[in-house]
Design a protein around this ligand. Structure first.
Ligand code: SAM
Ligand code: SF4
Length: 428
């Protein structure tokens, strides 16, 4: 979400006459789009702002703008007083006023209406909503991003159509919980599955995916929409348009901890949901987010998360060590798992993930997968992303950046695949 916000902020600055500096040392203005989810992220921003004040390092710098989540935290605004401007991203319209510049584009209804300066020419992040109403006890997002606000479906459709016309190959829809998407207007599109299916039916050669889904809200309707738009015949050159990838943050494998986290589902419900998804969407990849060391997470309770990892076998997991966030409900609980223990649990879960992800990836050996090439590595090695968000390495002398290719998998690692591009195999 921050990446996407930064693309809108960059567009606004360009409109005011600024040009992107190749190196931050040459910049006369720096706008930071910050994250408050963990303390470590905030600490890095304080460090960066202090650094920016070193004239020897940043001789041209005149203005530091602090935006993103941190700008909406009064205690941060006090502490980061070396920043010149604090900007709520929703107030992008006020940027000309803050910088005393004339805006040519004029007023736009919401910050979503600012046309982004996309950083890539083939992958685009499209926010469909902002904010969150869930108030998980550890999470700062509802306090800094505010309540859920859904973007109008007309505006989203217009942005996606424009991206397709420009030749974008991958469109990733964003929301803290896309399943809460509720547009105020447009009778035909009532919820997220309606929106996803509408976009999947647009003509063009592109992939559609979305992050992220709260397990309590992922509906049967959504599973059906993915299932019927994922197989060949959906219109995309390779398979259907909706990618077989679901990010389904579980946060803990222990029911008592889930209750304390205010997650509103049990592990048995989560496992049933995963089973249903895997049955109806064969080949789907499921990733998760998890927090280790939440207050009250005894060794026994943590082992329930280990067991869940062993049982579910995730394709990927983002493991976070608990960090109390002032103002949230869990910050009032004693942060009773020592840092060293959090680190140990992080590693233990990662070790399970390394094994299970490898097991899953090995099953792909011999298969031909579609990939979108996103980066050139050393030599003639290219990195592609499969429809299930797996990195695949292969060799080619052709310039394949931003192109769809077919790759035959011949080796599997826990967090990646190695293969041979069949389109250019004769030349290898
Ligand atoms: N909306 C998503 C969901 O329902 O899970 C997650 C969004 S949150 C911004 C991203 C991830 O940060 C969470 O899934 C959680 O694992 C992690 N996170 C949030 N607050 C945290 C905290 N206080 N300490 C450690 N990790 C945290
Ligand atoms: Fe945070 Fe929970 Fe909302 Fe996700 S659903 S953003 S974890 S409050």
């Amino acid at each position: 979400m921050n990446y996407s916000d930064a693309e809108r902020a960059a567009a606004k600055l360009e409109e005011l006459g600024y040009k992107q500096a190749l190196d931050d040392k040459d910049a006369d203005l720096i706008l930071l789009v910050t994250c408050s989810v963990r303390k470590s992220a905030e600490d890095r921003v304080y460090g960066a702002i202090n650094n920016y004040h070193k004239k020897k390092l940043y001789p041209k710098l005149k203005t530091i703008i602090l935006s993103g989540c941190m700008a909406n935290r009064p205690e941060v605004v006090k502490k980061a007083d070396k920043a010149d401007i604090f900007l709520d991203i929703k107030d992008l319209n006020k940027l000309p006023e803050f910088l005393k510049k004339e805006s040519k584009a004029g007023y736009v209804e919401t910050y979503f209406s600012v046309k982004p300066r996309y950083q890539s020419s083939f992958t685009a992040y499209v926010p469909i909503m902002t904010g969150c109403n869930n108030f998980c006890s550890y999470c700062i997002v509802p306090y800094v991003r505010g309540r859920e606000e859904s973007r109008s479906s007309e505006e989203i459709i217009a942005e996606v159509k424009d991206l397709i016309a420009q030749g974008f190959k991958e469109i990733i829809l964003l929301g803290q919980n896309v399943n809460s998407y509720k547009p105020a207007t447009a009778a035909a599109i009532k919820d997220f599955p309606d929106l996803l299916e509408y976009l999947a039916k647009l003509p063009g050669n592109f992939w559609l995916s979305f992050i992220t889904s709260h397990p309590k809200d992922l509906s049967d309707k959504l599973i059906k929409v993915i299932a019927r738009n994922k197989s060949a015949g959906g219109g995309s050159a390779f398979g259907g348009k909706i990618c077989e990838y679901i990010s389904l943050p579980v946060q803990s494998g222990d029911n008592e901890i889930l209750k304390k986290m205010n997650r509103k589902y049990t592990i048995s419900q989560y496992k049933k949901l995963v089973k249903k998804i895997r049955k109806q969407i064969p080949g789907v990849a499921i990733s998760t987010d998890v927090i280790v060391g939440f207050p009250g997470e005894t060794e026994k309770r943590f082992l329930n998360t280990v067991k869940l990892f062993q049982k579910v076998k995730f394709d990927m997991a983002y493991i976070n060590q608990y960090s109390p966030r002032e103002g949230t409900a869990s910050a009032k609980l004693k942060d009773d798992v020592p840092k060293i223990e959090k680190k140990k649990r992080d590693k233990e879960l990662n070790d399970v993930l390394i094994q299970t992800a490898l097991e899953i990836n090995k099953k792909l050996i011999g298969q031909v997968l579609d990939a979108l090439v996103y980066q050139k590595s050393k030599g003639d090695i290219w990195l592609g992303k499969t429809r299930t968000f797996k990195v695949v390495k292969f060799k080619s002398k052709k310039n394949l950046l931003g192109k769809f290719v077919k790759v035959k998998i011949n080796k599997a690692e826990s967090f990646g695949l190695i293969g041979k591009s069949i389109d250019s195999s004769k030349k290898l």
